[in-house]
Design a protein. Structure first.
Length: 103
């Protein structure tokens, strides 16, 4: 878990781990939250970069996440960070993948 603290207050948080039954070189981003009043301020980009740095240090080669199909704002953020949507299964979430190693 990583977080951004401003003036003693958590304003953004990310939690991740290797998913059960998943490949040891892949990490799953379970939560990525930035307080709405901090959207578009750069806090999310800084937190995301810290996550990628940690994943590389941990030897991860890729990262995955699920985002609600209607959450276009979040999907746009992830795409700007280099994530790619996986084939749509018609469910309520869009799976996305990021290549971590070799960048």
């Amino acid at each position: 878990m990583l977080c951004v603290v401003e003036s003693g207050r958590i304003v953004a948080i990310a939690s991740f781990r290797v998913p059960e039954g998943g490949a040891a070189d892949t990490v799953k981003l379970f939560q990525f939250h930035v307080e709405p009043e901090r959207w578009r301020s750069g806090v999310g980009t800084v937190l995301h970069a810290a996550c990628v740095e940690q994943w590389r240090a941990d030897g991860r080669r890729s990262a995955v996440l699920d985002v609600h199909v209607d959450n276009e704002r979040a999907q746009g953020f992830y795409v700007r960070q280099g994530w790619v949507a996986e084939p749509d299964d018609g469910g309520h979430h869009v799976g996305m993948r990021l290549v971590v190693a070799g960048e």
